[in-house]
Design a protein around this ligand. Structure first.
Ligand code: GDP
Ligand code: IMO
Ligand code: MG
Length: 423
C-alpha cells in the first residue's frame, strides 16, 4: 500500500479539513505530518462546525486512527482545549488518537519568543499566528527541542528547565518586552499530564506496519505550498515543509511509498498575514470575495486578504508536490460574479513571465488576466456535477487545461455533503 497525501496549493485555508473529513471513510489512518496549532481546519456536518488545530481531521469517524506525526509541533495547552471541545461528541480519544514520540513540544516560552520576535520586526513582521511555531522548529533544528517522548523520562523537568533558562536569556535581548511566564506554566504542565495519558508511539514503525498490513493511509497537510519554508514566499512563510516531501520527513515514510497527491485550492485565492500576493484585490471585488467567502481566519479571526486565482503559483505548487488530482473549493463563493478572472502570467519590469521569480518582495508584480464568464447562479444545493451550470464546467475545463491535472472534486459549500465528484 501507499500513502496518499492531501495538501494545500495556495497560502493555506484551502479547505483541507473539510476534504480530509469527506475522504476519511476510504482510509484506516489519517496522519498530520507538519505544522501545529497555527493550523485551523474546519469541518461542518449535521449543522455543527468544528475547528481542529493539532488533531487530524479524521477524528469524527469511528474505526479510523488519527496520528500526529513527528513533523508536527504540539502545544499541550491548545491540545487540551481541542480535546475539551470534542468532549460532547463522545469520541474515544485514547483509541482513536496516536502521537509520535518524536513530535516536538511548543513551550510557553516559545510562544513568548514568537511574540517578542514579531514585535521586534515592526513593519517587516511575518504576520505569524503567534503560536510559537517558528521558535519551536528553530529549537528542533538547533538540536535543543523537547519531544513528546521526553515527557515519560525522569529527566523531563530538568530538560524543561534548561530549555526555559535558555529562552529567558534570549528574551532579555528584546528590550521592553514584558511577560509573566509563571502564569503560563501551570496550564502547560496540566496539558503535559493529558499527553502522558495518550498513546505515544514510534510512528514511523507504526505506519510501516500498517502499510505492510494493507492499511490505507492519508497524510493531511497544514498551511499551503506557498507558505513552505523552502519553496514558499520566503521569509513570509511558516517554519516547516508543507509540501509532499514533508510527508516523508514528517511521518518517516519513504518517497517510494507516496501514492496519490491531492492538491487542494480555492476557486480564487486568499492569504492571511504579511508577504507578497500577486493577485491580491485591494478593491471592492476583493471585499466582495471576503464577505461572500467569509474569509476570516479559523485560528486568529483575522480578515484574509483576497484575490483571483494565480495560475503561475498553482503550476509551481503542482510541480513541487507531484500533484496527481485536484480539489477545487469554495466554488459557490463566486456565484454572484458575472466575470471571474485568472492570472496566467506576471509582468515584472515590462517582462512577461509564467513562474514565480526569486525576489517577489522587492518588485512590483502585475498580474496578466484572462476573463472567464461566471455562472451567476446558486451552487450550494447541487448534488451532482452533471447538473452544474455549463459556465462552472467550463471554468473547471479551463483550469484543467492550464494546470494539466484533473479536477476530481468540486466543493460548493462548507458542509460535508456539499462536495461533488466530477467523474
Ligand atoms: P483549512 O485550513 O484548509 O482546513 O481551511 P479552513 O478551515 O481554515 O478554511 C476554509 C473555510 O472555508 C472554512 O470556514 C470552511 O468551512 C469553508 N469551506 C470549505 N469548503 C467550502 C466551500 O466549498 N464553500 C464555502 N462557502 N465554504 C467552504
Ligand atoms: P491552515 O493549516 C493560513 C501563516 C500566518 C503567517 C505565516 C507564518 O489552517 O491552512 P506561523 O504562525 O506559522 O509562524 O505563521 O503563515 N499561516 C497560515 N495561513 N492557514 C494556515 O494554516 C496558516 N498557518 C500559518 O498567517 O503569515
Ligand atoms: Mg485553516
Amino acid at each position: 500500500m501507499k500513502v496518499d497525501v492531501l495538501l494545500g496549493l495556495q497560502w493555506g485555508d484551502e479547505g483541507k479539513g473539510k476534504i480530509v473529513d469527506v475522504l476519511t471513510p476510504k482510509y484506516d489512518i489519517i496522519a498530520r505530518f507538519q505544522g501545529g496549532p497555527n493550523a485551523g481546519h474546519t469541518l461542518e456536518f449535521e449543522g455543527v462546525k468544528h475547528v481542529l488545530h493539532t488533531i487530524p481531521s479524521g477524528i469524527f469517524h469511528s474505526n479510523v486512527i488519527n496520528l500526529i506525526g513527528n513533523g508536527v509541533v504540539i502545544d499541550p495547552v491548545v491540545f487540551q482545549k481541542e480535546l475539551e471541545k470534542l468532549a460532547p461528541f463522545n469520541i474515544n480519544i485514547k483509541e482513536r488518537l496516536v502521537l509520535s514520540k518524536k513530535a516536538h513540544l511548543i513551550l510557553p516560552s516559545h510562544r513568548l519568543l514568537d511574540a517578542a520576535s514579531e514585535t521586534a520586526k515592526g513593519k517587516n513582521k511575518i504576520g505569524s499566528t503567534l503560536k510559537g511555531i517558528g521558535p519551536t522548529y528553530m529549537d528542533k533544528t538547533g538540536r535543543n527541542g523537547l519531544r513528546v517522548g521526553d515527557i515519560f523520562l525522569p529527566t523531563f523537568q530538568q530538560k524543561y528547565d534548561a530549555l526555559v533558562e535558555k529562552h529567558i536569556g534570549m528574551l532579555k535581548h528584546y528590550e521592553g518586552f514584558e511577560y509573566n511566564l509563571a502564569e503560563l506554566e501551570g496550564p502547560w504542565m496540566e496539558g503535559i499530564e493529558i499527553l502522558r495519558n495518550l498513546k505515544a508511539v514510534d510512528s514511523e514503525h507504526y505506519l510501516d506496519q500498517a502499510l505492510r498490513a494493507g492499511k490505507k493511509i492519508l497524510a493531511e497537510g497544514a498551511q499551503g505550498t506557498m507558505l513552505d519554508i523552502d519553496f514558499g514566499t520566503y521569509p513570509y512563510v511558516t517554519s516547516s515543509n508543507t509540501v509532499t516531501a514533508g510527508t516523508c520527513t514528517g511521518l518517516g515514510v519513504a518517497p517510494s511509498k507516496i501514492g496519490n497527491v491531492i492538491g487542494i485550492f480555492k476557486a480564487y485565492c486568499t492569504r492571511v498575514g504579511s508577504g507578497p500576493f500577486p493577485t491580491e484585490l485591494l478593491d471592492e471585488v476583493g471585499e466582495q470575495i471576503r464577505q461572500e467567502g467569509r474569509e476570516f481566519g479559523s485560528t486568529t479571526g483575522r480578515p484574509r486578504r483576497c484575490g483571483w486565482i494565480d495560475l503561475p503559483a498553482m503550476k509551481y505548487a503542482i510541480m513541487i508536490n507531484g500533484v496527481t488530482e485536484l480539489a477545487m473549493m469554495k466554488s459557490d463563493v463566486l456565484d454572484k460574479f458575472d466575470t471571474i478572472r485568472a492570472c496566467t502570467k506576471y509582468r515584472i519590469n515590462g517582462e512577461e513571465i509564467d513562474y514565480l521569480p526569486y525576489d517577489i518582495d522587492g518588485v512590483t508584480i502585475e498580474p496578466i488576466w484572462e476573463d472567464i464568464p461566471g455562472w451567476g447562479q446558486d451552487l450550494t444545493a447541487l448534488t451532482s456535477f452533471g447538473d452544474a451550470p455549463q459556465a462552472l464546467k467550463d471554468y473547471v475545463t479551463y483550469l484543467e487545461r492550464h494546470l494539466e491535472v484533473p479536477i476530481t472534486t468540486v466543493s460548493v459549500g462548507p458542509d460535508r455533503i456539499q462536495t461533488l465528484a466530477t467523474r
